[in-house]
Design a protein around this ligand. Structure first.
Ligand SMILES: [Mg+2]
Length: 107
């Protein structure tokens, strides 16, 4: 799957990917809730990284599948948030990468 395909899935099926326990009435509430959810997913990713390096309690075992899953959760949640805020992630990435590359060339 490439970024364009993922973007289309998010655009067409975004609402079904969202946890139905996330109750928000206004657009602002939905955006804020998704931003908080993104932070939760980043936390889960960090927990998996800590497990990988043995920095969690021993009963919390590292599993490579869980680590991959948390990377995916962060990306999907980020794209749901971007879609809600009418941000085209592909364009944003292209702009930023071009900026970074140009900046690097000047150094
Ligand atoms: Mg997760």
């Amino acid at each position: 799957m490439n970024l364009k395909e993922l973007k289309n899935i998010i655009k067409n099926e975004g609402e079904t990917l969202i946890n139905k326990t996330q109750i928000a009435e206004t657009e602002k509430e939905k955006i804020l809730l998704r931003a908080v959810k993104l932070n939760e997913e980043v936390g889960e990713l960090c927990e998996e990284i800590l497990k990988k390096f043995g920095n969690q309690r021993k009963e919390k075992k590292f599993d490579d599948k869980n680590l991959r899953g948390e990377f995916a959760d962060v990306i999907i949640t980020l794209m749901l948030l971007a879609d809600k805020m009418d941000i085209d992630v592909e364009e944003a990435l292209e702009e930023k990468v071009n900026y970074i590359v140009k900046k690097k060339l000047k150094e």
